[in-house]
Write a protein that binds this ligand. Structure first.
Ligand SMILES: [Zn+2]
Length: 577
C-alpha cells in the first residue's frame, strides 16, 4: 500500500520533449497524438452555446465524456513515456500533461493504491481551472461544481491507466466560493453510487432523443409536404369530397386510377396526393404531359431508348417508366397520346415490362400508372383517336374532379389557403381579401379552375401593398375597364362588375362593345379567341366556356379564318386550337 499524504511532482522535461510544433504542415504532435492549440475563448463560446441550447445537465454530460476521451488518450502515453519509473511517477504523467495542456494546475494531496485489496483513493487540488474561469464569467457564482471536462479527463485517464473503471467526484469547486476545486477518485466498486456514476458516461439520452426527434421531424415534414401538395384538396363541396374519398380509398391499393376533369382542376395534385398516401410514397413520382411532348419523341420519353435507336440517340437512356420504377407514373393529357404509343402503353400495362427503342430484351418495371385526361375518352374512341382496349384497361377506377365553378362554396377557403402559401413564398404579410375581391371571385366563372385561381392569387399577393388585404383590382386587373363606365357627367364610375342588375350589365356590355369599336362579328371573334386562349388551346374546353359544342366551335373558327383576309395565315389549326 502506497499512501502519500503530500506528493511532489517529478520533472516534466520528458513530457515537454514529446511536444512537436510542426508549423510547416499545420500540425502539433504530442507523442503521435495530434493536438490543437485552441483559444480558450473558442471552447468558452461553444460551452455557452451548448448551455443555451441543451441546458446545463446535457452540457455537463457531453463535456464529461469529451474530457474522458482526452484522458483515456493521454493514459496510453503514460507507460510509454516513463517505462522504468515507479508506478506513482508513471501515473503522474496524467496530471502533468493536464497542466502542460493548459487545463488546470494539479496538486496531488492523497494517493492510496492497494491493488491486492482492490483499493484506490486519489485526492487532488485544482487551481486555475479554465472551466471555472469561463463558467463564472458567463453564468456567475455557482452552487454546483462546473469542472466537467476536467473531471471527465481525470476519470478517463485513471481508468485508462489502471485498465479498470475509476470515477472521480468534484468535492468542492472554486466556482461556488473561495474554496479551491478538489476532486476525489476511487475504483468504481468503491463508490456506493457507482451505477449512477457509470450512467453519466453512457451516451446521452438527450442526444438519442434528438436523433429520434430528427427522424420524426423528417417524417412529419414529408407528411406536411404531402399535405401541401394536397393543398387544393381542401374543399367542402359534396362532389369534391366524393372525389377525394375515392382517391383515399384507392391509395393503399395498386389499382390504375383515371383522373378526369377540366384543365386546371388539379389532376396532378390529385395524382401526387395519391402517391403520397400510398405505400410507394418513398419512391419516385414521375409526371409526363403527353400533350407537351412532340409525337416523334414520346415513345423514347416513355419507354427509353438504346444508343443509336434513332437519329440523335447518342447514348442509351431510361424512359419515364423506368425512372418511376417502384413509384407512380402520371400520364397527363393521355387523350393526346398518338396511336402507336397507345399500343406500346397497353403492352406495358399488360406485361409489366418496358422495351426501350432499339432494345432486344424487355425490362421489368413496377410502376403504378395514374392517367389523367380532360377529353372524353369515350368520344375519342368513337372518333377513332383512342384505342378501346386501352381505355378499358385505364378506366378501371375513374375519378372525376369537379370544376371550380361547381364548388363555389369552396372558393373562399381555397383562396385563403393559397393566399397564405403565396404570402409565405413572397415573404409578404397579407391579411386577407377585401369584400369586393371575395365577391368578384365568387362571381367569376373560373374557366381555368384551381390553376387560374392560383395564378390570380399569386399575382394579387405580388401586386398588393404589404399589410393591406388583396383587392379585386389586384386579382382582376381588367376589371376596372369592364366594370367602369362613364356616367352622364363624364366621370369614371366604378361598378362591381357583376353585382349590378341585368339591365345595368347589359347596358355596360353594350357600351363596352361600342367603346372598343366592335360589331357583333368582331365581338364573336374576340370571344372565340379569348376562350381558346384561356383553355390553353384545348378546343373542347373552349367550347364548354362558350356554351357550345366542340364541332360548333371548330366550325366558327374555320368560318372566321376563311372570312379573314387570305394574307399570311396562322397556319394550322393548332394555332387556334
Ligand atoms: Zn471546479
Amino acid at each position: 500500500m502506497s499512501a502519500l499524504p503530500l506528493l511532489s511532482m517529478p520533472s516534466d522535461a520528458d513530457l515537454r520533449r514529446l511536444i512537436h510544433f510542426s508549423a510547416s504542415d499545420g500540425r502539433i504532435w504530442l507523442a503521435g497524438q495530434r493536438m490543437l492549440l485552441l483559444h480558450a475563448a473558442a471552447l468558452s463560446s461553444l460551452r455557452r452555446e451548448m448551455m443555451d441550447s441543451m441546458g446545463r445537465e446535457h452540457t455537463r454530460r457531453v463535456l464529461l465524456r469529451a474530457g474522458f476521451a482526452a484522458g483515456e488518450s493521454d493514459a496510453t502515453l503514460a507507460r510509454k513515456v516513463r517505462p522504468n519509473a515507479q508506478l506513482l511517477e508513471a501515473f503522474l504523467v496524467g496530471p502533468q500533461l493536464h497542466m502542460l495542456e493548459g487545463a488546470v494546475q494539479v496538486t496531488p494531496e492523497r494517493f492510496e493504491l492497494d491493488l491486492e485489496a482492490d483499493h484506490y483513493l486519489g485526492m487532488y487540488r485544482w487551481d486555475h481551472s479554465w472551466e471555472v474561469e469561463t463558467h463564472v464569467r458567463h453564468f456567475g457564482r455557482q452552487t454546483e461544481p462546473v469542472c466537467w471536462m476536467l473531471l471527465g479527463y481525470a476519470s478517463g485517464y485513471t481508468s485508462g491507466f489502471f485498465g479498470r473503471p475509476v470515477f472521480y467526484k468534484e468535492t468542492s469547486c472554486h466556482a461556488c466560493g473561495d474554496e479551491p476545486c478538489r476532486i476525489e477518485g476511487r475504483f468504481s466498486h468503491e463508490w456506493p453510487d457507482r451505477e449512477e456514476l457509470a450512467r453519466e458516461y453512457d451516451a446521452d439520452p438527450m442526444l438519442i432523443q434528438i436523433g429520434e426527434l430528427k427522424s420524426q421531424v423528417e417524417a412529419l415534414r414529408t407528411q406536411l409536404d404531402a399535405a401541401d401538395e394536397a393543398g387544393p384538396l381542401v374543399g367542402q363541396a359534396k362532389s369534391f369530397g366524393a372525389a377525394v374519398d375515392l382517391l383515399r380509398r384507392a391509395a393503399p391499393t395498386q389499382v390504375t386510377v383515371l383522373l378526369t376533369g377540366e384543365t386546371g382542376v388539379g389532376k396532378e395534385r390529385f395524382a401526387r396526393a395519391l402517391h403520397n398516401m400510398s405505400t410507394r410514397a418513398g419512391k419516385p413520382f414521375v409526371a409526363v404531359n403527353c400533350a407537351a411532348l412532340p409525337g416523334e419523341l414520346i415513345e423514347s420519353e416513355l419507354f427509353g431508348a438504346e444508343k443509336g435507336a434513332f437519329t440523335g440517340a447518342a447514348a442509351a437512356r431510361p424512359g419515364r417508366f423506368e425512372r418511376a420504377d417502384g413509384g407512380t407514373l402520371l400520364l397527363d393529357e393521355l387523350g393526346e397520346l398518338p396511336l402507336p404509343a397507345q399500343a406500346k402503353l397497353l403492352r406495358v400495362l399488360q406485361t409489366g415490362e418496358v422495351e426501350r427503342l432499339g432494345a432486344t430484351l424487355p425490362r421489368k418495371v413496377d410502376v403504378r400508372v395514374v392517367a389523367a385526361t380532360n377529353v372524353d375518352l369515350e368520344a375519342a374512341v368513337a372518333a377513332g383517336r383512342f384505342r378501346r382496349d386501352l381505355m378499358y384497361r385505364l378506366n378501371v377506377y375513374p375519378i372525376r374532379i369537379p370544376p371550380l365553378r361547381e364548388r363555389a362554396d369552396d372558393i373562399e377557403a381555397l383562396a385563403i389557403h393559397l393566399l397564405e402559401r403565396f404570402a409565405a413564398r413572397h415573404g409578404k404579410r397579407v391579411p386577407g381579401f377585401t369584400d369586393r375581391a371575395l365577391d368578384a371571385m365568387r362571381h367569376h366563372a373560373w374557366p381555368g379552375n384551381v390553376r387560374e385561381l392560383e395564378n390570380l392569387i399569386e399575382r394579387g399577393v405580388i401586386l398588393s401593398s404589404p399589410g393591406e388585404p388583396v383587392d379585386a383590382q389586384a386579382l382582376f386587373p381588367t376589371m376596372p375597364i369592364i366594370g367602369t363606365t362613364l356616367n352622364e357627367a363624364g366621370d369614371l364610375e366604378a361598378g362591381s362588375g357583376s353585382g349590378d342588375g341585368d339591365g345595368d350589365s347589359d347596358r355596360q356590355l353594350f357600351d363596352e362593345m361600342r367603346r372598343h369599336g366592335l360589331d357583333l362579328e368582331g365581338l364573336e371573334d374576340r370571344l372565340l379567341q379569348e376562350a381558346v386562349r384561356r383553355s390553353g388551346g384545348n378546343l373542347a374546353a373552349a367550347a364548354r366556356l362558350l356554351g357550345i359544342t366542340r364541332p360548333q366551335l371548330s366550325y366558327r373558327l374555320q368560318r372566321r379564318r376563311e372570312a379573314s383576309t387570305p394574307a399570311p395565315d396562322h397556319g394550322d389549326q393548332g394555332d387556334h386550337g
